[in-house]
Design a protein around this ligand. Structure first.
Ligand code: NAP
Length: 506
């Protein structure tokens, strides 16, 4: 068993609030999820709030809780404006109120005489913390200096600028006993999830306010990623893109793993530089990953193998990492379009208009052509439309001709109508002469284009159908078994609807 306990106890909830009342409420919330909680006394807005909270804590001792008191001074990156002596005073008050641990920043230790830490009536266990909000600190055995022998554990929080930085930090934690690795910044997010798997003694997650950039909330850390349950046998998957923060793929894929009881996790990688990611992927033991904008085309250059249709489309959205480390790419956007549309329309000999000539339009055009449909392309750059129709054997339809043409289905493969421009439609009502309209956009679920079509009595297919189908196809490719489709669909629809409720004016 580790220093902080095992299982969920290794997730440390961070309670950071300005008033005693909010701190107490957040502590209660945190203890419902994990027994290990950091109390950020420096976030309390005054000494009287600190006193009030610690009095409350003394009266309401949580027996099995492992509480870590922190009163970080500004010099160490915290909010406490007081002196070193005042910080030590509050930490000793926290010890009296039942805190087993305290976090002492190296900036404070530097101000104390040698071997004097234990002369203060601090909580019995000390976590020495080293923060660098600008870069990754030098990760060597000398980190923590002469104080290392006087404390029980060390926490290293470094700003992560590259994925290689976060991989180095996790390797350091794996080699050094009783070390907590905290990769800060959005690029470090996957490492926060994987920290416990890779050997960190704790993983921090805020109950409400984020106290460091790139933090993951306590409920996501526990319920979405199950960080506490990950171990060396856990298969790691991910999605790479920029931006990536709002991706629903982690929810989709992780729900599938939980429903099928597979020991696997799926994390979002913010990838600015593809080579940085590819070099570090073995460190995370990645078995496969999804690829989204802007890497769908450029990833092709780095694959050892690729299915022939993806090569023709010129884009890959799914990579399988083979046992020998080689990368095999394929395109499930293609499968997604087919599965979503086939439910409503027999594709052979149908006439389908694709609006746009970008990445997903290419996947749709190849998919439709292969399924036996006659493909028409309408794009603002006519030469892009011509090039695509040459590749799939279709026809270019100029925008001005749309009022006279009719189709079995029209597919929007442009971003027009996506949040935040949800009120606009790529086509006018007079341009919709068809039986079915499908929008590839899924934020919002019902786009303006779909609303206009429905108003005209035309059947509609939301982009969420394609999103689900492409993601489910990825899951099955990696897991080599049927995906729990119902559970995966339910969570994604619920998340999208909750998002929409959050957007609509109350
Ligand atoms: P992309 O490669 O950038 O292509 C976008 C296409 O739309 C290009 O042909 C572009 O024309 C055209 N376009 C952009 N703005 C336009 C405008 N104002 N007027 C006319 N044409 C315009 O993007 P993509 O990857 O294909 O994605 C397109 C949409 O599909 C996005 O909304 C994306 O979210 C959605 N999508 C959904 C799924 C799903 O699972 N449901 C999967 C993939 C994509 P130019 O080349 O002239 O710029």
């Amino acid at each position: 068993m580790g220093l902080f306990g095992k299982g969920v106890a290794r997730i440390c909830a961070v309670v950071a609030a300005p008033s005693a009342r909010e701190t107490a409420t957040d502590l209660r919330r945190a203890l419902r999820e994990t027994p290990t909680v950091e109390l950020r006394l420096d976030w309390l807005k005054s000494d009287s709030e600190r006193r009030r909270f610690l009095d409350w804590l003394r009266r309401n001792r949580a027996r099995r809780a492992v509480l870590i008191a922190t009163c970080r001074r500004r010099e160490g990156g915290g909010l406490f404006a007081g002196s070193v002596a005042a910080e030590l005073h509050w930490l000793s008050q926290a010890a009296e109120a039942g805190c087993l641990w305290c976090d002492l920043e190296i900036e404070t230790l530097r101000k104390l005489p040698p071997n004097s830490i234990r002369e203060h009536s601090l909580p019995p266990r000390i976590l020495l913390s080293v923060h660098d909000f600008e870069r990754m600190p030098a990760l060597n055995p000398a980190l923590g200096g002469r104080w290392r022998r006087e404390v029980d554990a060390i926490k290293v929080a470094g700003a992560v600028r590259t994925i290689a930085d976060s991989a180095r930090l996790l390797r350091f934690a794996a080699r050094s006993p009783n070390t907590v690795a905290v990769p800060m910044g959005e690029i470090g997010l996957p490492s926060r999830v994987l920290a416990l798997r890779q050997g960190s003694a704790l993983a921090y997650a805020p109950v409400s306010a984020a106290t460091a950039p790139g933090q993951i909330s306590l409920s996501e850390m526990k319920q979405l990623y199950r960080a506490h349950a990950l171990n060396r046998q856990t298969q790691v998957f991910g999605v790479i893109g920029d931006p990536i923060a709002h991706s629903l793929s982690p929810l989709l894929q992780n729900t599938g793993f939980v429903a099928r009881k597979v020991n696997a996790v799926y994390v979002p990688f913010l990838v600015k530089n593809l080579l940085d990611f590819l070099r570090s992927a073995p460190d995370f033991g990645l078995r496969g990953f999804s690829v989204t904008l802007p890497h769908k085309q450029t990833i092709l250059r780095h694959l050892q193998d690729c299915d022939s249709l993806s090569a023709k489309i010129g884009a890959v959205n799914t990579v399988v990492v083979r046992r020998d480390g080689s990368l095999y790419g394929c395109n499930t956007d293609y499968v997604g379009v087919l599965r979503a549309l086939e439910k409503k329309l027999p594709l052979p000999k149908s006439r389908v208009l694709v609006l746009g000539a970008g990445g997903s339009a290419r996947a749709a055009a190849f998919a439709l052509s292969r399924a036996g449909a006659e493909v028409c392309i309408c794009a603002r750059r006519e030469h892009a439309a011509r090039e695509l129709t040459r590749a799939v054997g279709g026809e270019v339809i100029p925008r001005r001709a749309l009022r006279m043409e009719s189709f079995d289905a029209i597919l929007n493969a442009t971003p027009i109508g996506m949040y935040p421009q949800a009120a606009i439609s790529p086509l006018a009502p007079g341009e919709l002469h068809c039986r079915i309209v499908m929008d590839l956009i899924y934020r919002p679920e019902r786009t303006q284009l779909l609303k206009i079509a429905a108003h005209q009595g035309i059947a509609t297919v939301s982009g969420v159908e394609m999103f689900l189908a492409q993601g489910i196809a990825q899951w099955e490719l990696w897991m080599k078994c049927r995906a729990p489709e119902k559970a995966m669909r339910r969570v994604v629809l619920a998340a999208l609807r909750q998002e929409e409720r959050g957007r609509s004016p109350s």
